[in-house]
Design a protein around this ligand. Structure first.
Ligand SMILES: [Zn+2]
Length: 369
């Protein structure tokens, strides 16, 4: 019951109100005495073991513990007493809590320390070192070889616009060859897409750099493909570009011969097959003799003795024109290869998905490479 203004003003009512008030005060007095007694008990408490500290917790701080019960009295306290009573209650609660924490540390620390002796002669725990990813290893190896031929590394954005990924590369909006490179588009702006090759970097370099240009473009690329052991919706490429006066197909072949010998060894055989790309003319695919069966034919080379490793060709005059380069004066060659496929071959890996699954058991096998 709460005493409010507007309650009986006659003397009988006042007396009744006083009586109720006195009753409250007496009840509060009793509670304060209880708190005093409990506080003494808490102060005197010393935990002997984990069991007794748990008993203490249940008795004072548990869901049906003393602190909760006394807190529950707060609603019966007259408004003008609430502040001072609340302060007393809080102090009591904090006393119980801090005692519990202190005793807990004493008991648990004691258990932990039992029998513990510091031996500073023990060897330290070695910090495990990571290893390079097989795709990184292969990419670095490719870059290293071309750097010896004075190619420099150029990088471009993975999120690209239609011009740099398709149109500038002689792939007009309705060009059927776009189907070969289906990719991921922004639903809000179909002119923005994930690049399907690192050729976008070649375009950006040709647009902005002084000639001659001799670059390799490593990076991640995307295709809208079903994920399987042989293909993935993203993979890595290294593309190369050389634009100058009098660059010929002979230069292209000699550059790639050098690369292949450095990469796969002196005894590897090379062949060029005519092919088609919208951005090169003439175009070719380059195969190397299968290193597993030495050209005899095996499952990896599908019994042909040959493995396709890259596409290449002379830069199409339209592409040069699109980048503001005079195709009457300058010529260039370009090539592009995946990084995953030679890595599969080199390390005998049979599933391309292993490269992106982050399985430490797989990755740590390359720590010695
Ligand atoms: Zn083979």
């Amino acid at each position: 019951m709460i005493i409010k203004e507007g309650q009986p003003k006659n003397s009988e009512g006042l007396n009744e109100a006083h009586a109720i008030m006195n009753q409250y005060l007496r009840a509060m007095e009793a509670i304060l005495q209880q708190i005093e007694a409990y506080s003494q008990e808490i102060n005197a408490f010393a935990a002997a073991d984990a069991d007794s500290i748990e008993q203490f917790r249940i008795r004072f701080l548990g869901v049906k513990g003393i602190v909760k019960a006394i807190m529950g009295e707060m609603k019966n306290v007259p408004n003008e007493q609430k502040k001072s009573f609340g302060q007393t209650l809080n102090a009591f609660k904090m006393l119980a809590e801090s005692k519990y924490e202190v005793e807990k540390v004493k008991v648990e620390g004691g258990e932990k320390n039992t029998g513990f002796k510091l031996d500073i002669s023990l060897p330290g725990t070695p910090a495990p070192s990571g290893s390079r990813h097989p795709v990184t290893l292969m990419r670095n190896r490719i870059i290293e070889i071309f750097e010896r031929l004075s190619f420099t590394v150029a990088e471009g954005p993975e999120i690209e616009d239609d011009w740099h990924n398709f149109t500038a590369l002689n792939l007009d909006e309705n060009h059927p060859a776009r189907d070969m490179q289906d990719t991921f588009y922004l639903s809000t702006d179909p002119a923005i897409l994930l690049r399907t090759h690192t050729s976008n970097t070649q375009i950006r370099e040709m647009e902005s750099r002084e000639l001659p240009i001799r670059i390799i473009c490593p990076g991640r690329v995307y295709r809208n493909e079903t994920i399987s052991a042989r293909s993935h919706c993203f993979f890595h490429q290294v593309e190369g570009l050389y634009v100058d006066e009098n660059v010929s197909f002979a230069d292209l072949k000699q550059t790639l011969y050098y690369f292949v010998k450095e990469m796969f060894g002196e005894d590897v055989k090379v062949r060029f097959r005519p092919s088609y790309f919208p951005f090169t003319e003439p175009s070719a695919e380059m195969d190397i003799s299968c290193q597993l069966c030495k050209g005899e034919g095996c499952a990896v080379c599908k019994r042909t003795g040959w493995l396709e490793i890259l596409g290449c060709g002379m830069v199409h005059p339209n592409v040069l024109k699109n980048c503001g380069i005079d195709p009457e004066k300058y010529t260039g060659f370009a090539f592009g290869m995946g990084v995953e496929r030679p890595a599969l071959l080199k390390y005998g890996i049979t599933d391309i998905r292993l490269f992106s699954e982050n399985d430490v058991r797989f990755l740590e096998q390359f720590s010695g490479v």
